[in-house]
Design a protein around this ligand. Structure first.
Ligand SMILES: [Zn+2]
Length: 133
């Protein structure tokens, strides 16, 4: 994969932020416009995708194209147990495939491991939303 360009913006207000994706969340500088530390990373890449880091990723062909991969990795608070789990979610719009894996970060136990066509996933999406809140 070759990264063509990389931009970072504030998830709340969309302001462009000069920051590094490798900056730990607790060390991130709050957005100058709204104070949020939630970031969106935009990567423009050529070739296949490999994922690094811990946050959301949308990959596009060029500046104007629709995202062909929408992915999220990182810690995810599971409300049912009150524990933080490792979440990895990837939606591939080219292959129309949905992939999600949640692992208990303490025990390494796989809590959820989904790999299915995107259409099928969307057909029953409401149950999942309730579960994750
Ligand atoms: Zn902001």
């Amino acid at each position: 994969m070759s990264v063509v360009s990389q931009t970072i913006s504030c998830m709340e207000c969309g302001a462009r932020i000069d920051d590094s994706p490798s900056t730990a969340s607790e060390r991130r500088v709050p957005c100058p416009s709204c104070g949020s530390t939630v970031r969106v990373y935009h990567l423009n890449v050529r070739g296949t995708i490999t994922m690094h880091g811990s946050l959301g990723l949308k990959a596009r062909h060029g500046q104007s194209g629709r995202p062909f991969v929408d992915a999220k990795m990182g810690d995810d608070l599971f409300r049912k147990t009150g524990k933080w789990n490792k979440l990895e979610r990837r939606i591939d719009y080219v292959k129309r495939w949905y992939y999600e894996k949640i692992v208990d970060s303490e025990t390494g136990q796989v809590i959820r491991d989904v790999s299915e066509p995107l259409d099928k996933h969307r057909g029953r999406g409401s149950a999942k939303r309730t579960e994750r809140q």
